[in-house]
Write a protein that binds this ligand. Structure first.
Ligand code: URA
Length: 228
């Protein structure tokens, strides 16, 4: 792995910040001063230090999972297996970025990077999430405007939500927060009932259509950077 990437992965800021550390002659690999950001580190065997302090390598992982129904976004449950059972990894510290109900399918991010998870799920920047929703009754289009205005759900005023009607009984709904059963409760508010729910997008990141239910893949660097 390139040294600038290695440093960025280990909490030394961006790759540009890492380059500055290298320029300042603060980065060593096995007692050799590193002068180029393109230097390749052997993460298994090399000893890297910054300002004389040794770095213990922490590999951050970022997965996109196509969650199937029947799995739960929690570490343990009596009734359902955890989505983490679908991920074949040695990393024991994985967390799910936000939650989907057991019967909801689609895009779920899983990582061991707590800051990333916080940024995506609860950060200051609102990240819209788009759901494909199938309904028991025809969608009443009067609610397009109602949802855009923000509705009260319990004691909370929801942020504007955007509806795209696909067929009389299927819509795309984009919401900016993730309250408990939010989509199902919004449809209830519109005198309707969700019969199928699938998350398609988080911010600009869309579910990779080549992933079958239960499959996952690493996010690319560009995809991770969508949430910077
Ligand atoms: N809204 C819901 O009602 N359920 C989900 O799983 C996600 C959003």
């Amino acid at each position: 792995m390139r040294i600038d990437k290695f440093l960025a992965h280990n909490g030394y800021g961006s790759r540009n910040d890492a380059k500055k550390l290298i320029k300042a002659k603060l980065v060593m690999v096995n007692d050799e001063l590193v002068t180029k950001a393109t230097y390749i580190v052997d993460i298994e065997n090399d000893v890297v230090s910054v300002d004389m302090e040794e770095i213990e390598y922490f590999e951050k992982v970022y997965y996109m999972l196509n969650k199937p129904a029947g799995y739960i976004c929690s570490h343990e449950s009596k009734n359902y297996p955890s989505v983490l059972d679908l991920i074949d990894t040695n990393h024991k510290d994985l967390i799910m970025v936000g939650r989907l109900d057991a019967d909801t399918e689609g895009l779920l991010l899983v990582t061991n990077d707590g800051q990333f998870s916080h940024r995506v799920a609860h950060g200051k920047k609102e990240i819209p999430k788009t759901y494909y929703v199938e309904l028991e009754e025809d969608f009443n289009e009067d609610y397009i405007e109602v949802f855009e205005g923000g509705i009260m759900l319990d004691e909370f005023l929801l942020k504007p939500a955007y509806t795209e009607v696909l067929t009389p009984r299927s819509i795309h709904l984009t919401i900016s927060e993730g309250r408990y059963h939010q989509v199902k409760r919004m449809m209830h508010y519109a005198n309707n009932q969700v019969t199928y729910l699938n998350r398609r997008k988080i911010g600009h990141l869309a579910l990779d259509e080549s992933l079958a239910f239960g499959e996952y893949r690493d996010l690319s660097e560009e995809e991770i950077a969508l949430f910077d």
